[in-house]
Design a protein around this ligand. Structure first.
Ligand SMILES: [Ca+2]
Ligand SMILES: [Ca+2]
Length: 404
């Protein structure tokens, strides 16, 4: 006996590229029509009408629906694709000739077993979609498409460095996320490093932290007040003049080791805001003075998120290595993760009460509000110039403080 069903769809069958399809009800917790769509829907719907199409939903012999699983990959940073982060400098019509990360690409994967119908993209905020397939389009099971956005914020050059927020909405027939939101964050600064009066115009570490969506604390109300000084711009609120003193969720450790000795340590440069030059991150075994290069970022990307590797315009500055025992980090041959190795004279002259020399600092990485085990953010300040700790900024994975 054929059961009688009353259609309860809140959406009518629609024609997509000349073929009949039916949009699922996102609130139904699954796409009842998916299992029959490919095998039955198109031939049957034409011959028998929608009532016949729905018969399969009431019969226990029909396999459970397999939803289209729609995942998003952030091609630039390797994160889960729920956030894209950008930076740019100056006016759109005449930007300074320095590298910036003003474009970001998302790769949209269809990991389900049915075709995904990608209908449209919505953008809120100062971004434009600069590369996408013609929409609407179908993404077959297992396939992917790339979408590139460009950050287009600008302001008068007397405007302070600003963090812009926005949203990209990916509209599709994914039953679990038919309007998938991607957070957009963009750092705009008027000039590279400093304005014509010599005042710093770089984003602060706090602004970069917020752009990245990090939730670890750079400082808390119970921390000591920042030490005063001649610095301007980018050092507030964490300027302790090289004092070896943990603030917020900071972890103090001069030396590190692999959290899992069977796996490599990976390093990704998140950003560089320093003077015009390439800079090199080194490592060294504890108790030795031999510096081993980890990576060098491009000389033109000295005021940029995700700087490229030296000599490349396509490859980002990232690397991996397998340490043997405890090791330290060193930046450009100057600044060591072991404060005792660093020149502390300027720290003390600036008011550091001692111990001093803390020019590389570490915080546990967070993503989605959760601490990522074995992953840290490392911030560098060169030579106690302004204590901004974003001259070079890295995410380092698979490390843990070394045993003494
Ligand atoms: Ca600095
Ligand atoms: Ca800086």
């Amino acid at each position: 006996m054929v059961p009688t069903l009353t259609p309860t769809l809140d959406k009518e069958p629609i024609a997509v590229d000349g073929r009949l399809s039916v949009e699922p009800d996102p609130g139904a917790g699954g796409n009842m029509l998916n299992p029959v769509r490919n095998a039955l829907a198109r031939p049957l719907a034409a011959a028998l009408g929608l009532t016949a199409l729905l018969i399969g939903c009431a019969q226990t012999s029909v396999p459970a629906p397999t939803p289209q699983l729609f995942t998003v990959e952030n091609v630039d940073s390797g994160s889960d694709g729920t956030r894209l982060v950008f930076n740019r400098i100056g006016a759109l019509a005449s930007p300074p000739a320095v590298g910036v990360h003003n474009r970001g690409t998302l790769r949209l994967h269809n990991t389900g077993t049915d075709t995904l119908h990608l209908s449209s993209l919505g953008v809120d905020g100062p971004w434009t979609v600069t590369s996408t397939p013609a929409l609407p389009t179908d993404v077959t099971a297992g396939a992917s498409v790339d979408v590139t956005l460009t950050f287009t914020a600008e302001a008068t050059l007397t405007t302070p460095t600003t963090l812009f927020a926005g949203t990209l909405t990916i509209n599709s027939d994914d039953p679990g996320a038919s309007a998938f939101p991607v957070t957009l964050s963009g750092l705009w600064q008027p000039y590279p490093e400093r304005d014509p009066n010599g005042q710093y115009t770089e984003p602060t570490l706090q602004q970069i932290h917020d752009a990245m969506g990090w939730t670890f604390a750079l400082n808390t109300a119970s921390d000591a007040a920042a030490l005063s000084g001649v610095n301007n711009g980018s050092n507030v609120p964490i300027n302790q003049r090289g004092w070896v003193h943990a603030q917020g969720d900071e972890v103090l450790s001069a030396y590190w080791q692999a959290a899992d000795a069977a796996q490599p340590v990976t390093v990704q440069e998140v950003g560089a805001w320093s003077s015009s030059d390439a800079s090199t991150l080194y490592r060294y075994a504890r108790g030795t003075s031999t510096l081993v290069k980890v990576l060098t970022h491009s000389a033109t990307d000295y005021q940029s998120l995700f700087p490229h590797a030296d000599g490349s315009t396509t490859k980002f500055a990232q690397a991996s290595f397998t340490p043997s025992g405890a090791f330290g980090f060193n930046m450009d041959g100057y600044e060591y993760s072991d404060p005792a190795n660093n020149d502390q004279a300027k720290d003390r002259a600036n008011g550091c009460p001692g111990p001093c020399g803390q020019h590389l600092r570490f915080w546990p990485l967070t993503a989605g509000g959760q601490v990522m085990p074995g992953a840290y953010v490392m911030g560098v300040d060169y030579q106690s110039m302004n204590d901004d700790y974003q001259d070079d900024l890295f995410i380092i994975r698979n490390i843990t403080p070394a045993t003494p």
